[in-house]
Design a binder for this molecule. Sequence first.
Ligand SMILES: C[S@@+](CC[C@H](N)C(=O)[O-])C[C@H]1O[C@@H](n2cnc3c(N)ncnc32)[C@H](O)[C@@H]1O
Length: 301
Amino acid sequence: MAHVPVLLKEVIDYLNPQANENFIDATVGEGGHTAAILERNKPKGKVLGIEMDLELYQKLKSCMAEFPISNFQFSNRLILVNDSYINLKKIVEKNHFKPVHGILFDLGMCSWHLEASRRGFSYLKDEPLDMRFNPKNSLTAAEIINFWDIEKIEKILKEFGEERYARRISLAIKEMRKKEKIIGTHQLVDILKRVLPKNYDKKRMHFATRTFQALRITVNNELQIIENGIKQAIKILEPGGKITVISFHSLEDRIVKNLFREKAKIKELSILTKKPISPCSEEIRNNPRSRSAKLRAAEKL
Ligand SMILES: C[S@@+](CC[C@H](N)C(=O)[O-])C[C@H]1O[C@@H](n2cnc3c(N)ncnc32)[C@H](O)[C@@H]1O
């Protein structure tokens, strides 16, 4: 499936890139938002794009020739860095990237992770239980499932998956791992199928969604770094610069909402989105994966 950036029009409306301004895409992914920014900030505006996943970063580098922005001599306008946005300040300093007029965080994983990474992000594919954005990190989903204390597994399922059957699932994992090592996604899906009620939340989501989300968040330490990354971004922005954050579940959105409010109270930010912006029904129809996206935007004072 071709990559479709989520809430693209809305992100561009809030960032409002002008000729020769500089932007940071803290989660460049497949480059959809970056491409749109580079079309707007030509001829001399730049984008610093950060991507933690080495394979995705390499893919982006190598397909630059086919990149939709190739008409605009992007090569000297797009700086790609393979790192985590947790190191945002250092990355910006190292690349002497200033002034910065806008920053985007589009949190979580890409369609590519689900469809082509072969790292077990999707419950629909039978793949190794890996789920790392950065394969240099040692913690995998299989490590958690096979070796963590059952109480700890229950806790992450509750906290990061908001899974009401966390206890039931963790006990079933305990029983299964006495018999065999759980190394593949479908082994886990089979366990979930056995212990979860039939038609569990069927209208809203697949029964494995919460467990897979909890594992991915834990493996990549996702929630712990959002606040820190956004705080660095606010410091880096020029006064009048915009910060936009797209989140995909309530745990992420809550962190962004609370941080924006805290910074608005001390007059560091002015909040531009009283309520988070969701995709319109047409976008959801064309790109069902966008349905849980929420965009918040603020301006640096
Ligand atoms: C939702 S996708 C971004 C999609 C992108 N906006 C586009 O249009 O293609 C999020 C990306 O952020 C990357 N990512 C996740 N955590 C990261 C981190 N801490 N630092 C940098 N990139 C990260 C993921 O590997 C993924 O490619």
